[in-house]
Design a protein around this ligand. Structure first.
Ligand SMILES: C[S@@+](CC[C@H](N)C(=O)[O-])C[C@H]1O[C@@H](n2cnc3c(N)ncnc32)[C@H](O)[C@@H]1O
Length: 519
């Protein structure tokens, strides 16, 4: 039988080992200290798992779990209810299912208000007994605590001197009352600081966090990544098979790479720049190609980005032709001969603008805005996450039990029709658990940003980047939004779908708002 360890408070060397924690089920203020009731995992099912109270100094490795608890508690208190709405186009895996195992003390208490708790001693009784034994002085139920290598573990025990409590009866009415009165201010501060530390580690320009609406912080379960992660069953065309432009060189045209050449293989599928076809013979050849739907290789191509030499604020921005079309952009890649400074490389170098994640005040959850003025066509960032199969996306959607979840699933179906990719073979980006700050971009029916397909490998029509560009000049501090429906121009006059029962009301506030996020 392991010996009982009373964890000295104020010693940060001993911390609760998060992998052993099932959930946090209650909070309280004890002698001015915020404490949280940890339910420990057990190997076998039991109605009396070990439970123990811990201060924040012991929970520094478990802040995600504390945050889950606080979020659920807030929802139960109805303070931040209905911030996020059920997704339509794609639903997300339900991290709330985890939360459902971690009932809020308030919700639980109300649910069971007609029941008489079977626990004969309330927590306050337990602490009264505490004065007589060291065991109850730290309020441990159904188990003992042990420390190893600075970590605290709980071990189930049947020692008669340890208070027994059935998990169904936790929180007790006394605990629920105390929880309702207790603040979570210190935990909120620690959670916010942990999130900011993570943002500081994201490469590139600074990402700020601002919340003037409430005390919440975006989920600590989110991991910032710089490249998408390919999950099971997702295959990218090997980089070995990637084709780069071979006939180009770093010293072509005006010393700026592929832009002025007609030889660039990467521009194979780019739009033909008809204004540069002046020779009558070439004009006739081009007409023939158009008629026969032949290859446009060898004709001058429209380059996607403004080159150096244009106005400073335009340099690197999308040219109007691409900005106003839905045409995919093919950038040069590592296999190209044009070298690292080719102007046909832009999105692949990542974000160069300073952003701010902020809490909206009209029930749209978090949003994203820029800390600097952006120009029409300026690249913002890509949408990143786990790339999963359609089957996995469906599984994650179906496992969602909450209808009040935000959607972070984005189908990579740009080439589905042209390449005859079957719907179940289309991959999906899930940006809920890992990704970039664009995860927080909200929808607007009158957006200031637009999403574009950017590919570095024309042989791969299933894995590509989704890149956000400003579609008009954007003032510093303006919220960045895009249209979630991403309709091609030709679809835009399509008849509007009637909203179904799961339709999410749109809160974008635009004059021409379609009223529904997804129908
Ligand atoms: C990709 S997330 C955007 C970030 C999200 N606001 C958050 O806090 O994580 C998409 C979700 O945001 C919410 N949302 C975005 N735009 C909205 C709008 N115009 N009206 C209402 N809800 C919106 C919906 O819950 C939607 O499922």
């Amino acid at each position: 039988m392991p010996s009982m360890v009373v964890i000295p408070t104020g010693r940060s060397t001993r911390r609760v080992a998060p992998e052993r924690v099932h959930s946090i089920i209650c909070n309280r203020l004890k002698d001015g200290e915020e404490q949280y009731l940890v339910r420990w995992s057990t190997n076998t099912a039991t109605s009396k798992p070990p439970i123990s109270w811990h201060g924040l100094n012991e929970l520094s490795r478990c802040l995600e779990i504390v945050q889950d608890y606080i979020d659920t508690r807030e929802r139960s208190l109805n303070v931040a209810s209905s911030l996020l709405h059920p997704p339509r186009k794609r639903k997300t895996p339900d991290s709330e299912s985890e939360n459902e195992r971690r009932p809020s003390p308030i919700g639980r208490h109300f649910d069971r208000s007609s029941q008489t708790p079977s626990l004969s001693r309330s927590s306050s009784m337990a602490s009264t007994t505490a004065s007589t034994t060291s065991l109850t002085s730290i309020d441990i139920y159904n188990g003992v605590l042990e420390t190893k290598d600075g970590f605290v573990f709980a071990i189930k025990t049947s020692r008669p001197d340890i208070p027994k409590i059935n998990i169904k009866n936790v929180p007790t009415p006394d605990m629920a009352n105390a929880a309702r009165r207790a603040t979570t201010k210190n935990a909120d501060v620690l959670i916010r600081a942990a999130y900011i530390r993570r943002l500081e580690r994201v490469p590139g320009k600074k990402i700020h966090l601002m919340n003037l609406a409430d005390s919440s912080t975006p989920s600590l379960r989110f991991r910032y990544i710089t490249d998408c992660l390919l999950r099971d069953g997702v295959h990218k065309v090997e980089t070995g098979a990637q084709v780069g432009c071979q006939k180009c060189s770093p010293r072509m045209g005006r010393d700026i790479g592929c832009e002025y050449t007609r030889k660039c293989d990467c521009l194979e599928y780019a739009a033909v720049d008809e204004s540069r076809i002046t020779d009558p013979e070439e004009k006739a050849a081009y007409q023939l190609v158009l008629k026969e739907k032949g290859s446009t290789i060898g004709f001058p191509k429209k380059f996607p980005y403004f080159a150096e030499g244009t106005k400073v604020q335009r340099s690197g921005c999308l040219v109007p032709f691409y900005l106003h079309s839905r045409r995919p952009i093919y950038e040069c890649n590592d296999k190209c001969n044009c070298g690292p400074y080719c102007r046909n490389k832009n999105v692949q170098f990542g974000r160069t603008v300073e952003l701010e994640i902020f809490k909206t005040t009209n029930r749209r959850g978090w949003g994203l805005r820029c800390k600097q003025t952006l120009y029409a066509g300026q690249f913002i960032d890509t949408y990143r996450g786990e790339i999963i199969t359609d089957a996995e996306a469906t599984r994650r959607e179906e496992s969602a039990t909450s209808r009040t979840k935000a959607s972070y699933l984005y189908s990579l179906d740009k080439f589905a029709e042209s390449e005859e990719i079957k719907p179940h073979d289309v991959y999906v980006v899930d940006g809920e658990f890992m990704g970039g700050p664009t995860k927080f971009m909200n929808h607007s029916c009158d957006p200031n940003c637009r999403q574009y397909t950017v590919s570095y490998n024309k042989a791969d029509c299933r894995v590509y980047d989704i890149a956000f560009f400003a579609c008009r000049d954007i003032q510093k501090g303006e919220e960045l939004t895009f249209d979630y429906l991403d309709k091609d121009e030709e679809d835009e006059d399509e008849e509007k779908d009637e909203p179904n029962e799961d339709a999410v009301p749109c809160l974008c506030g635009a004059k021409k708002c379609r009223k529904w996020l997804w129908t």
